[in-house]
Design a protein around this ligand. Structure first.
Ligand code: MF3
Ligand code: CO
Length: 256
């Protein structure tokens, strides 16, 4: 069941997603060689709580942390650890969620640690651009498949693998609402987009093959070929005048 949101509800979702953006900016300021992903998680949890929200991921289906931090071949859902130490040339996908005033925020950004290889930099840029291409299709009268196809076509043009096993979702009082928003699909197919819908679009794009495996810890998803993967996520409201992006990457990009 898809829940349409009022203008007031969309503003509460925006408040959450701006806090997520600010949290990702704060995390980004601390990303450097030598820092552990556990330290980054602690920084995010303190930041979220000091702004009157709670980390939405913590305890979600038993998830043990406030962030998902996925380094290099880890695609998503990496569990922060004091054993994972960042080093120059890594890429780090950080996914963050907040809960405040009855609504959820959920966004993700992939950061570079110092200088990264040219092809890895390109993977990051293509993944972010795929998110923008998908977002442009998030308008009333389109279908979910228009978003999916735009993401897939753009990423595949560069020979990258589009992960199939995980997808975007509706966002509201719960982190995962209908509809599912796959990163692959056909134009003109899937649920109709209507004014008042709020969705998360979140391409997970692999430099190499699209196939992934689930690690023993029950959470971490990694690429089968162990090549790097990138992940960016926007929360987007579908409004009368088109897509209204509730996440603000410029806050993150000014910080790093
Ligand atoms: N943010 C992820 C998503 O977009 C979910 C995180 S899973 C959790 O679907 F268990 F960590 F919460
Ligand atoms: Co999400």
């Amino acid at each position: 069941m898809i829940f349409l949101k009022t203008d007031e509800e969309i503003e509460l979702l925006r408040e959450n997603n701006i806090l997520v953006s600010k949290t990702l900016a704060e995390v980004g300021r601390h990303i450097r060689p030598g820092v552990t992903t556990k330290e980054l998680d602690r920084i995010a949890e303190d930041f979220i709580r000091s702004h009157g929200a709670v980390p939405a991921f913590l305890g979600y289906q038993g998830y043990p942390a406030s962030l998902c931090i996925s380094v290099n071949e880890h695609v998503v859902h990496g569990i922060p650890s004091d054993k994972i130490v960042l080093k120059e040339g890594d890429i780090v996908s950080v996914d963050c969620g907040t809960f405040m005033k009855g609504f959820v925020g959920d966004s993700a950004y992939t950061f570079a640690v110092g200088e990264v290889a040219e092809e890895v930099r390109q993977l990051m840029e293509v993944t972010k651009e795929a998110l923008y291409k998908g977002t442009a299709q998030a308008k009333a009268g389109n279908r979910v498949g228009d978003i999916s196809a735009a993401v897939q076509e753009y990423a595949e043009k560069f020979g990258h693998g589009v992960v199939r096993e995980l997808e975007g979702h509706g966002l509201g009082r719960k982190m995962h609402e209908d509809p599912g928003v796959p990163n692959y699909g056909a134009r003109g197919r899937g649920p109709l987009l209507k004014e008042g819908m709020v969705i998360c679009i979140e391409p997970m794009i692999n430099m190499g093959n699209k196939s992934v495996v689930f690690e023993e810890d029950g959470w971490t998803v990694r690429t089968r070929d162990r090549k790097p993967s990138a992940h960016y996520e926007f929360a987007v409201a579908i409004r009368k005048n088109g897509p209204d992006v509730l996440t603000d990457f410029s806050i993150i990009e000014q910080a790093i």
